[in-house]
Design a protein around this ligand. Structure first.
Ligand SMILES: CSCC[C@H](N)C(=O)N[C@@H](C)C(=O)N[C@@H](C)C(=O)O
Length: 350
């Protein structure tokens, strides 16, 4: 019930009494329910009720964390059934998730004051508990093993799609699913930061960016390696070395108390020094957990500050249309006195 108590405390700080949780990651985090797309959670001063339907009667009881009451009802029955409990309350809704039509349905049935809240549960999710960390480690260890198996197949003459299929098959055989569509971007396609695998055939001299993650028991990993096939050009090798330098420097800089924007600047300044400021077209990284992209934001202008227990990616890149690109990404835990790198797949030195 500790998480639910934290929610109640956060609600009280906002002058609210209850929260209707509809974001699946938040439903899962607070209730333990493993089919959170089909669940909603109502947190009130006296109870925390998970609503789901008859498809999950057994599953919901098995999954529910201690203190979570399970009510099996069709969505509208659930809303109608809760009307008495919430009547007159100041109720938080997750503005970033609840659709306009879902809110309309609630408005028709509940006599409450609705207050959109931003990031109330997401803030709790920033710090990973030991069981969550174990889940993320297991997902990343699995991804490392699968990458080691597939790495020898990254050769001239093989399609990007075949590499993606091999990675996906390895993940699925081990009981995981891909955390997102596998990115395999070779040669000029390397200039696409999110170049999901295509039928392009990998050629001699290509750099191949492989970015993938495992979702295991709800928790995700995220890692990128850029692999050389044959002898890439001097220019590509120069870019690779610059990105590697930026990535390693940013990882070494990770420590609690550091502003996320300052960490972003560590990598960005190094790439700028190599004439690659414009080529680094995205943020340095993001938090990883129940969702692949969650807080904190490691970006220019971010107000976030690193704290122990956060799991983040460090992933600078350089993308040059018509030439190619490089991204190198590690999954990193912020510890009490620094950092621990959770991704262990070897990186090339070109
Ligand atoms: C569609 S999930 C892609 C995962 C990938 N490893 C990744 O995070 N790529 C980054 C370039 C990215 O999308 N960064 C975001 C947070 C951004 O900079 O806005």
């Amino acid at each position: 019930m500790e998480k639910i108590e934290q929610v109640r405390a956060a609600l009280a700080r906002r002058g609210l009494q209850a929260l209707w949780v509809s974001d699946p990651a938040n439903v899962r985090y607070l209730s333990g329910f493993t089919h959170p797309d089909d669940g909603r959670l109502l947190v009130t001063p006296g109870a925390a009720v998970l609503y789901t339907d008859g498809r999950y009667t057994v599953q919901a009881q098995e999954d529910a964390l201690p203190g979570i009451e399970v009510v099996i009802a069709r969505p509208m029955e659930a809303v109608e059934g809760a009307a008495g409990t919430v009547a007159g309350m100041k109720l938080g809704i997750e503005g970033a998730h609840l659709t306009v039509s879902a809110l309309e349905r609630l408005r028709e049935r509940w006599q409450v004051q609705f207050h959109p809240v931003e990031g109330l549960v997401e803030e709790l999710r920033l710090h990973k508990a030991e069981d969550e960390l174990a889940g993320i480690r297991a997902a990343q260890d699995l991804a490392d093993r699968v990458f080691a198996e597939v790495r020898p197949q990254i050769q001239a003459g093989v399609r990007e799609l075949d590499i993606a299929i091999a990675l996906e098959q390895g993940l699925r055989q081990a009981g995981a699913t891909p955390a997102f569509d596998v990115i395999v971007a070779s040669g000029v396609r390397g200039a696409l930061p999110h170049g999901t695998a295509s039928d392009k055939v990998i050629e001699d001299g290509d750099l191949v960016t492989v970015d993938f993650g495992a979702n295991l028991n709800g928790y995700n990993s995220d890692m990128t390696r850029t692999v050389a096939v044959g002898q890439p050009s001097d220019e590509l090798r120069r870019i690779y070395s610059a990105v590697l330098e930026a990535e390693e420097a940013a990882v070494r800089a990770v420590r609690p108390g550091l502003k996320a924007a300052e960490l972003d600047a560590v990598a960005r300044d190094i790439l700028a020094g190599h004439g690659l400021a414009e080529a680094f077209a995205h943020s340095l990284g993001h938090g990883v957990g129940l969702v692949v992209h969650e807080g904190p934001r490691l970006a220019q202008g971010s107000e976030d500050v690193l704290k122990p227990g956060m799991v983040i990616t460090i992933e600078p890149g350089a993308y040059l249309p018509g030439l190619g690109g490089v991204r190198i990404e590690d999954l990193v835990l912020v510890t009490e006195d620094g950092y621990e790198v959770l991704s262990h797949s070897p990186k090339e030195t070109l």
